[in-house]
Design a protein around this ligand. Structure first.
Ligand SMILES: Cc1cc2nc3c(=O)[nH]c(=O)nc-3n(C[C@H](O)[C@H](O)[C@H](O)COP(=O)(O)OP(=O)(O)OC[C@H]3O[C@@H](n4cnc5c(N)ncnc54)[C@H](O)[C@@H]3O)c2cc1C
Ligand SMILES: NC(=O)c1ccc[n+]([C@@H]2O[C@H](COP(=O)([O-])OP(=O)(O)OC[C@H]3O[C@@H](n4cnc5c(N)ncnc54)[C@H](O)[C@@H]3O)[C@@H](O)[C@H]2O)c1
Length: 452
C-alpha cells in the first residue's frame, strides 16, 4: 500500500523537445492538468545541442567559405575564423534555452519534473521518488547517439561534445558519414583540422541521391577530408596525446592515429530508461510502435510523437507537426491522423546537399515512365558569380503528367532552394507551372525554372 496518494494528471509528457512542448502547451491551453518531465536540460535536442547551435557555429564558416571562393576576385585577403569566438557566440543562443523553456512552461501552470520517469503500470509512473498517475501519457523522448560496442569505445565522443569543443583538435575522426558526421567533417576541415571519415557503408549520406553524393565525395576530398569506406572500427586505444584506432577493411586490419574520435554512426530511440514493458508499450527499432493517430499500438492511453515515434524521419519540422497531431487527439479524441507531406531535408555540408520527394529509384518503381534531369552546372550564372565550385541537380518528373515528383540538389543555398520543390511537389505542380511562375532574378530560386 502506498503511503501518499499518487499525484494525478490528465496528461503526462515525457521529453521537453519541440514535440513534447507542443503537446504540453496545447493540452494545458485546452484546460487539461499537464506535467512534463525531462532528464536533461529543458528545451530538447534541436535548440540545445542540434540544429540551432550547429547552424550558429556554421555561420562564420559559411562566410569564410564564400570569401575563399572569391579570393583574388574581389576579396583580397583570406578571412580567418576563430573557433573560440564562434563558440562564445553560439552560447549566446543556447545558454538561456533551458531556463527560458522552464519559465515558459511554468507560467502556463505545467508541472515540471527533472528525471526520467519509469512506467509502473499502464497509467502510473515513478519520477523523482514519487508516483504519478495520468489518464494519458505522451512519450516524446527523441533519439540519442547509438552506442558503439568495441574495445575502448568509452573514449568516443558524441555530437554534444563536438558542439561544445573549446578548441578544435588537430586531427578528428568521425565514425559514420551520415548527416551529423558529414556536417561536422565539413565544419572541422574548414576550420583547419585534419579530418577522416570512417564509414561502414559504400558511401556517405545514404539517404541522398547517389550521383550527387559521388560529386560531394569528390569535392570533400579536394578540401582535405579523407574517407575510409566499407570499414569496421574494432578498437580505440588512448595513447599519450592521440587515440589509436583499429579497423578492418577488405579482411585486413589497419590502424591510424587521431586526436579525437567521434561516434557519428547514427541515432536510436531514447527509450531504454522508461520500463516500457511495465506500461504495456510496444516498440521497434524506429521507436514507439504507433498507429496513424500516433497512439501506442498496445496501450491506447499512451501516445508518442517526434523522433521517438516510429513514423517518418527524425527531423525537427516533422516532430513539431507530430506534437500537434497528438495534442489534437488528446483534446478532442482520436480524429487527426498523421498525414505526412513530402518532407524536404538538407545536410548542411558546404555545399548543401538537399532532397525532397522520390529518389530516382523510387520514382522508377512508382511510375511507368519518368524523366530524369541530371546535370552538373557550376557554369550557371549564380554559381559563377560566387565562384562556387560545385552546383548540381537531379529533378525527376512523372512523364505522363509532367509533375515534379523528386528533386535533389547539391550547391550553395540548396537547403533553401529545395523548399520551392517541396511546395511544388505538395501542390502537384508541373514543370510548366513552375516555368510560368516569375521569380526574382538573379536568384538561386530562379534556377529552379532551368532545372525543370
Ligand atoms: C547534431 C544534430 C543536428 C541536427 N540538425 C538538424 C537540422 O539541421 N534540422 C533538422 O530538422 N533536424 C536536425 N536534427 C534532428 C532534430 O534535432 C530532431 O529531429 C528534433 O530535435 C526532435 O525533436 P523531439 O522533440 O522529437 O526530440 P528531442 O528534441 O530530442 O527532445 C527529447 C527530449 O526528451 C528528453 N529525454 C530523453 N529520454 C528521456 C527520459 N528517459 N526521460 C525524460 N526525458 C528524456 C531529452 O533530454 C530531450 O530533451 C539534428 C540532430 C542532431 C543530434
Ligand atoms: N541537417 C539535418 O536535418 C540533420 C542533421 C543531423 C541529424 N539529423 C537527423 O538525425 C538523424 C541521425 O543522424 P546521424 O548522422 O547520426 O545518422 P545517419 O543515420 O544519418 O548516419 C549514420 C551513418 O553512419 C554509418 N554507420 C553506421 N554504423 C557504423 C559503424 N559502425 N561504423 C561506421 N559507420 C557506421 C551509416 O552507414 C551512416 O552513413 C538523421 O537521420 C537525421 O534525421 C538531421
Amino acid at each position: 500500500m502506498e503511503k501518499t496518494e499518487a499525484k494525478k494528471y490528465d496528461v503526462f509528457v515525457i521529453g521537453s523537445g519541440i514535440a513534447g512542448q507542443t503537446v504540453a502547451k496545447e493540452c494545458v491551453k485546452a484546460g487539461q492538468k499537464v506535467a512534463i518531465a525531462d532528464k536533461r536540460e529543458f528545451g530538447g535536442t534541436c535548440s540545445n545541442r542540434g540544429c540551432d547551435p550547429k547552424k550558429v557555429l556554421l555561420a562564420a564558416i559559411e562566410i569564410r567559405e564564400s570569401a575563399e571562393n572569391l579570393l583574388g576576385k574581389g576579396v583580397r585577403k583570406m578571412l580567418r575564423t576563430n573557433w573560440k569566438q564562434q563558440q562564445k557566440y553560439k552560447r549566446k543562443f543556447t545558454k538561456s534555452i533551458p531556463s527560458a523553456t522552464e519559465k515558459d512552461l511554468k507560467k502556463l501552470d505545467i508541472d515540471l519534473y527533472h528525471q526520467s520517469p519509469k512506467f509502473l503500470d499502464t497509467h502510473r509512473l515513478s519520477v523523482e521518488g514519487k508516483t504519478v498517475q495520468a489518464d494519458k501519457i505522451v512519450i516524446a523522448t527523441g533519439y540519442e547517439p547509438r552506442p558503439l560496442d568495441f574495445k575502448g569505445s568509452k573514449h568516443l565522443k558524441t555530437s554534444d561534445d563536438f558542439l561544445n569543443l573549446k578548441k578544435l583538435p588537430k586531427h578528428i575522426t568521425f565514425i559514420g558519414g551520415g548527416y551529423v558526421g558529414m556536417e561536422f567533417a565539413h565544419m572541422a576541415v574548414r576550420s583547419g583540422a585534419k579530418v577522416t571519415v570512417i564509414e561502414s557503408g559504400e558511401r556517405i549520406l545514404p539517404v541522398f541521391d547517389a550521383d550527387l553524393v559521388t560529386e560531394l565525395i569528390t569535392y570533400s576530398k579536394r578540401i582535405g577530408i579523407a574517407f575510409i569506406f566499407k570499414a569496421d572500427t574494432t578498437a580505440v586505444k588512448k595513447l599519450r596525446k592521440n587515440f589509436k584506432l583499429t579497423y578492418t577493411k577488405n579482411g585486413k586490419t589497419k590502424t591510424m592515429k587521431s586526436r579525437a574520435v567521434f561516434n557519428t554512426a547514427g541515432r536510436i530511440p531514447a527509450i531504454s530508461e522508461l520500463d516500457l514493458e511495465k506500461g504495456d508499450v510496444a516498440f521497434n527499432e524506429n521507436g514507439i510502435a504507433t498507429n496513424t493517430f500516433l497512439q501506442s499500438k498496445t496501450n491506447p492511453d499512451v501516445y508518442a510523437c517526434g523522433d521517438v515515434s516510429d513514423n517518418g524521419l527524425p527531423l525537427t519540422p516533422l516532430s513539431g507537426r507530430e506534437g500537434y497531431v497528438v495534442a489534437e487527439n488528446l483534446i478532442k479524441g482520436n480524429h487527426k491522423k498523421l498525414d505526412i507531406p513530402v518532407i524536404p531535408s538538407v545536410a548542411f555540408t558546404l555545399p548543401n546537399m538537399a532532397s525532397v520527394g522520390y529518389s530516382e529509384k523510387e520514382a522508377k518503381a512508382r511510375y511507368k515512365n519518368v524523366i530524369v534531369k541530371h546535370e552538373s552546372v557550376p557554369g550557371w550564372f549564380n554559381a559563377r558569380r560566387m565562384n562556387a565550385p560545385v552546383y548540381a541537380y537531379k529533378i525527376i518528373l512523372n512523364q505522363r503528367t509532367n509533375e515534379i515528383v523528386g528533386a535533389h540538389l547539391l550547391g550553395p543555398e540548396a537547403g533553401d532552394t529545395i523548399n520551392i520543390f517541396a511546395m511544388a511537389i505538395n501542390m502537384g505542380m508541373t514543370a510548366d507551372q513552375i516555368k510560368q511562375t516569375i521569380f526574382t532574378y538573379p536568384s538561386w530560386a530562379n534556377d529552379v525554372k532551368s532545372m525543370v
